[in-house]
Ligand binder design. Structure first.
Ligand SMILES: Nc1ncnc2c1ncn2[C@@H]1O[C@H](COP(=O)(O)OP(=O)(O)OP(=O)(O)O)[C@@H](O)[C@H]1O
Ligand SMILES: [Mg+2]
Length: 369
C-alpha cells in the first residue's frame, strides 16, 4: 500500500470557538490537518508538537497575536504565521509585518481567500525546508570533498608502513611456529591481537578510500534476499558473542539493479550499528520484502530493526553526516557510506522509530527495469 502524503499541519488560534470550528471545517475539507486553540498558552502548547502554518487572531484573552507570532516562529523556525484581524487597516498590515507574519486575513474571510493565503504560506514553509536541506547537503558535500582529498594522500602513506608491519608480523609468526609447542601460545596470543588491530586499521582505511576514489559502479542483477541472508550468516557470530538475538524475516523479492558487494556493505554497516545499539539479550531483526517503491514499479525494502535506545529526533538529520558519531571508538563514517551507496543505487534511506522499541532503518531499492 502506498503511504499517503503527510498532511500540512495548521494551527488556528482564536478565542471565538465557532470561528475556529468554521475555519477548521473548511481547511480540513481542503486536506489540511487542523488544530484549534483559544488562548496564547494553548497555542504555544500545541506549537511544541509542530505546525506548518498558524492562523492567529490579533486579540486573545491572555495576550496579543502580534506578541504570540514571534514566539510561535521561535518554536517552529520553518513555520509561518498568518494574522487574523477584524479590520483591514494600515495598522493591521504594519503589525503583521512587525510580528514576522507572512500575511494577514480580515475576518470573516471568504473561503477562496483563506485557501489561497494558506497555500501561499505553505509555499513559504516548503521553501524554508528546502533551503535548510540544500545547505545541509552543501555542507555534507564539502565535508566529503575534504575527506576525499585528505584520504588520497594519507591512506597511501599509512598503508605502506602498515603492510610492512603486517609482513614482518607473519615472519615473526612463522619463526614462533618453529619453536617448541609449549612456548608458542604466550607468544602467539599478543601477535594475534596486533594482527587483528592491523586488520581493523586497514578496514578503516578502506572506508576512507570509498570516499577518495569511489570504485567504478557496475550494476548487475542482484537478488537482495540472498545478499541479506549472506550478511546475516556473517553477523551471526558477532550477535552470539554479544548475546543478541538476530532474527530474519525474508520474503522473495523482485531483482534490483546494483552492485552486490556494495549492498553487502550497506547491510553490514546497518547490521553492526543495530548490534552495537542493543543491550545484552537484545533483539535485531532484518526483514526484506517487496514494497510500493518510489516509482510506479514495485521496489524492495530492507528493514533493520532493533530494540536499543533509538535515534533521538534531533539527531536524525545528522547521523548521515560523515564523522557524526556518539561512540567512543566510532569513526562516524558507517552511515555516510551507506547513504552514498544507496544514492548511487537511486534508492532511499530513512530512519524512524521501530515497533521493536529502538531504531528502524529502511532501505528502498528500485527494482530492475
Ligand atoms: N541502530 C541505531 N540505534 C541508535 N543509534 C544509531 C543506530 N545506528 C546509528 N546510530 C547513531 O548514528 C551515529 C552514526 O552512525 P555511523 O554508523 O555513521 O557511525 P558509528 O557507528 O558511530 O561509527 P562506525 O560506523 O565508524 O563504527 C552513531 O554513532 C549512533 O549515534
Ligand atoms: Mg556504524
Amino acid at each position: 500500500m502506498k503511504e499517503p502524503p503527510k498532511k500540512a499541519r495548521l494551527l488556528v488560534v482564536d478565542d471565538n470557538a465557532s470561528l475556529v470550528e468554521n475555519l477548521a471545517e473548511i481547511l480540513d475539507a481542503a486536506g489540511y490537518a487542523v488544530r484549534g486553540a483559544g488562548t496564547c498558552a494553548a497555542a504555544l502548547a500545541h506549537a511544541r508538537d509542530g505546525f506548518d502554518v498558524a492562523l492567529v487572531d490579533l486579540r486573545l484573552p491572555d495576550g496579543d497575536g502580534t506578541a504570540l507570532a514571534p514566539r510561535l516562529k521561535e518554536l517552529q523556525p520553518d513555520g509561518e504565521v498568518v494574522l487574523l484581524t477584524g479590520f483591514a487597516t494600515l495598522e493591521s498590515a504594519v503589525a503583521a509585518v512587525r510580528a514576522g507574519a507572512c500575511a494577514y486575513l480580515v475576518k470573516p474571510c471568504a473561503t477562496q481567500e483563506l485557501l489561497v493565503t494558506v497555500e501561499q504560506a505553505m509555499r513559504q514553509v516548503r521553501l524554508h525546508v528546502e533551503k535548510r536541506d540544500l545547505s545541509r547537503r552543501a555542507q555534507m558535500a564539502e565535508k566529503l570533498a575534504a575527506v576525499g582529498t585528505m584520504t588520497a594522500g594519507l591512506s597511501h602513506e599509512i598503508r605502506n608502513p602498515l603492510n610492512a608491519a603486517a609482513l614482518q608480523l607473519s615472519v615473526l609468526e612463522r619463526r614462533i611456529q618453529r619453536l617448541a609447542k609449549e612456548a608458542q601460545p604466550p607468544l602467539l596470543e599478543p601477535l594475534t591481537v596486533v594482527k587483528d588491530e592491523i586488520r581493523r586499521l586497514d578496514h578503516i582505511l578502506e572506508d576512507f578510500l570509498q570516499f577518495a576514489r569511489p570504485r567504478e559502479f557496475v550494476t548487475r542483477q542482484v537478488d537482495v534476499a540472498e545478499v541479506v541472508n549472506r550478511v546475516l550468516d556473517l553477523l551471526g557470530a558477532q550477535a552470539e558473542r554479544r548475546g543478541v538475538r538476530l532474527e530474519r524475516d525474508i520474503e522473495p523479492v523482485p531483482p534490483v539493479a546494483g552492485d552486490d558487494e556494495r549492498l553487502r556493505q550497506v547491510l553490514v554497516n546497518l547490521g553492526l550499528n543495530a548490534l552495537e545499539s542493543v543491550k545484552d539479550g537484545g533483539l535485531v531483526r532484518v526483514s526484506c520484502r517487496p514494497s510500493p517503491g518510489p516509482g510506479p514499479e514495485p521496489a524492495v525494502d530492507v528493514i533493520v530493526d532493533d530494540d536499543g535506545a533509538g535515534v533521538p529526533p534531533e539527531s536524525r538529520d545528522r547521523i548521515f553526516e560523515p564523522f557524526f558519531t556518539t561512540k567512543a571508538k566510532g569513526s562516524g563514517l558507517g552511515l555516510s557510506i551507506v547513504h552514498a551507496i544507496i544514492t548511487q543505487h537511486a534508492g532511499r534511506l530513512r530512519v524512524e522509530d521501530s515497533p521493536a522499541g529502538g531504531a528502524r532503518f529502511v532501505v528502498t531499492l528500485p527494482r530492475l527495469r
